[in-house]
Structure formats: C-alpha cells, structure tokens
Design a protein around this ligand. Structure first.
Ligand code: 5GP
Ligand code: ZN
Length: 140
C-alpha cells in the first residue's frame, strides 16, 4: 500500500534521500529534518498507514521494539539524560505528515524543548465515567 502524494512513502521507498539509521523489510528509521534535539529520529512503516489507528497490530509491536532499541542506542551515543517516544495522531494532536511515524527524541535535563501537556486535574466525574465504560466494554 502506498500513497502517491505522501512524502514518507517516497522516503520509505528510498526515492527521496534520508539519513537512514536502520532499515528492514517493514520499517525505515531516519533523522528528522526539523529535530527537537540532536539524534531526533523517526520510525516509519514502509507501507502507507495514516496513523496508529490504521496500523496493523503486528506492526505496532514491531514499531515499539524498534523504538525501545533506538532509544537506548541514541541515549548511549548522544549522552542524553532521557528519551521521549512521541506519536501524534490527527491534526488536532499535532500530526503534520499523515503517514504513521514514531518520534524518538533524546532529551537533556532542562533543555526546555517542549512541555508535552499542561497538567490539569482528574475530576471524580470523568474518572468514574471512564472506569465504568472500560469495565463494561473491556479493551482487549
Ligand atoms: P508530526 O508533526 O507529523 O508528528 O511529525 C512530522 C515530522 O516529520 C516533523 O518533525 C518534521 O520535521 C519531519 N519531516 C517532515 N518532512 C520531512 C522530510 O522530508 N524529511 C525528514 N527527514 N523529516 C521530515
Ligand atoms: Zn505514506
């Protein structure tokens, strides 16, 4: 599956050059052109899926294993203090390229790069509604 208008499909296929750190039959890992920090890399499937919700489950598992290994290597190599694994799904969630990707971002103490969210408060009403819903309709 491929989307002719998708830049990440072209990168996945090697038609647009990328600073590739890893490649296998299902995934390519390459450096982000607008990095939050040195070592900021993206993991993409070679087939086109718009986001995590469309990604087949077996590829979800593989993507997370690559993210884990890459996080360790990047942290060790760059000397970062921590690593964010970020995945945006939908424009409202900050996604700008609509081909599923995982950001692996080395972080340094006080690098001030981004707050992922501004913490709010978990109300009793919201908590009870969600816990009840997931008890009634289990996730798996
Ligand atoms: P999103 O906002 O969709 O979660 O992330 C898209 C990411 O892709 C951004 O961090 C952006 O810098 C990166 N990006 C967009 N176009 C290209 C490109 O052509 N090459 C590379 N290497 N990164 C890209
Ligand atoms: Zn694509």
């Amino acid at each position: 599956m491929r989307n002719e208008n998708c830049i990440f499909c072209k990168i996945a296929a090697g038609e647009i050059p990328s600073a590739t750190l890893y490649e296998d039959e299902d995934f390519r890992v390459f450096l982000d052109l607008g990095p939050a920090n040195d070592g900021h890399a993206l993991i993409i499937p070679k087939e086109h899926y718009a986001n995590l919700l469309e990604l087949p489950e077996e590829l979800c598992g593989k993507a997370m294993v690559i993210a884990k290994k890459l996080a360790k290597r990047l942290k060790d190599f760059t000397g970062a203090d921590g690593v964010n694994i970020v995945n945006n799904n939908g424009e409202a969630a900050g996604q700008s390229v609509f081909h599923f990707h995982v950001h692996v971002i080395p972080r340094w103490k006080n690098d001030g790069k981004f707050p992922l969210w501004i913490p709010g408060e978990l109300t009793d009403e919201v908590r009870d509604k969600l816990v009840e819903e997931f008890k009634k309709n289990p996730l798996v």
